[in-house]
Design a protein around this ligand. Structure first.
Ligand SMILES: [Zn+2]
Length: 194
């Protein structure tokens, strides 16, 4: 069963967005937030984004490329930040989306750092750099949902993350994983405005 998908991306990554949309058996909402919403009312802004842009979608795919990081600032990132906030927002009559982050090829080495030895538990963890230098906070914070231990299990994350090649070889199962998060206990710990 396919889900309706919204794609949040930077202009520079348009070719990847086009590729994803060329694949069969997925439904897309083909809109991008590209104009300012003139309001100071956060709930109004979120409802407007949900009704005018995200409408009908249940999963948001966030393409993580060279220009997706928090450090580039609000002016540069306001649209993707609003798109993710609107996706995470759980309002009356419009429930939050699952979020699937897709690491594009040029970002693989910046994000995936291999295994490292943990000085806290003496075990070994996979180094996955989700921080202000790689992604906007809306994604990073809901990937590493704060807690007081040294590592995260899959159940302790709301955002789902996958590399481009793995996504391309089996898009539907990754989209399903993100969709299923909406009803898992971790959904209670989502932060819309980190
Ligand atoms: Zn550890």
């Amino acid at each position: 069963m396919g889900h309706t998908v919204y794609i949040s991306f930077k202009f520079e990554d348009q070719s990847y967005k086009d590729q994803v949309q060329s694949w069969d058996h997925l439904d897309y909402v083909d809109r991008s937030l590209n104009e300012k919403i003139n309001s100071e009312n956060a709930d109004y802004i979120m409802q407007k984004i949900r009704s005018d842009y995200l409408r009908g979608s249940t999963v948001t795919i966030f393409l993580i490329g060279d220009n997706s990081a928090e450090i580039f600032g609000w002016d540069e990132q306001q649209y993707i930040k609003r798109e993710l906030q609107g996706s995470l927002y759980n309002g009356a009559g419009n429930t939050r989306n699952g979020i699937l982050g897709v690491v594009l090829p040029s970002m693989m080495d910046s994000v995936y750092g291999g295994k490292y030895a943990c000085s806290t538990c003496q075990g070994s963890h996979n180094l996955v750099r989700m921080n202000d230098s790689t992604v906007i906070k809306e994604f990073g914070h809901n990937y590493y949902i704060p807690h007081d231990r040294c590592a995260w299990t899959e159940n302790e994350r709301y955002c789902v993350l996958v590399g481009w090649e793995d996504f391309r070889s089996d898009p539907n199962s990754w989209i399903d994983k993100a969709f299923d998060k909406r009803d898992e206990p971790i959904a209670q710990k989502v932060t819309v405005y980190p």
